[in-house]
Design a protein around this ligand. Sequence first.
Ligand code: AMP
Length: 216
Amino acid sequence: MDNKDVILIGPPGSGKGTQADLLASTCGLLHLSSGDLFRENVRNGTPLGKLAKDYMDRGEYVPDDVTVAMVVERMQRPDAARGVIFDGFPRTEKQAAALKQALAEHGRGIKRVIVFQVPDREIVTRLSARRVCPKDGATFNLLSKPPKVNNICDNDGAELVQRDDDKPETIERRLEVYHRQTAPLVSYYQAEGLVSRIDGSKRVESVLDDIRSILG
Ligand code: AMP
């Protein structure tokens, strides 16, 4: 069994996407974000995007069967063969079981599950300050990673926007859903001896160092 896949679990805004990008560019793994895949489908107006949008706008999870089908399809493309950093997937035990099976079918397994710990009050501050580029999906933060020019994407000059689900009412809902549905996944993976916890409230570079030393 080739255990090279890594899972990042943590509340929304805990830095999973940022760290997955940095890790992907240095260790050659593919960054697979289920949230990004859903947003791409919403932008392109696909049937999957239309179905997912209502759930996303409410801050709720898209049903497991739909989510699993989308992620498994992505995992089967050639660029995923070198190993994947899963960001935001799995989020339920059903998804975790489906992932285990899909990996096993390719003789693969999970190397490590990194759990990001960040207090809820900090999540609310971070997500309220998050801005995204509607064109290329790049993420900025008015507090910790501001764009070079106020409210403009560094990459393509598009005007940044706030994600609909980063509005205060929806943030509360997403945190509640995370604690109820995803936090229990940690015990699931702990039983398999795969969990390492990190302090996600530290600076981006320190968090990256911590994850690198865990992954070895
Ligand atoms: P994210 O960018 O990871 O915070 O995801 C944004 C939204 O996409 C979530 O609030 C959910 O509505 C949906 N979503 C992303 N990943 C999953 C997943 N693994 N299971 C169910 N819904 C998901």
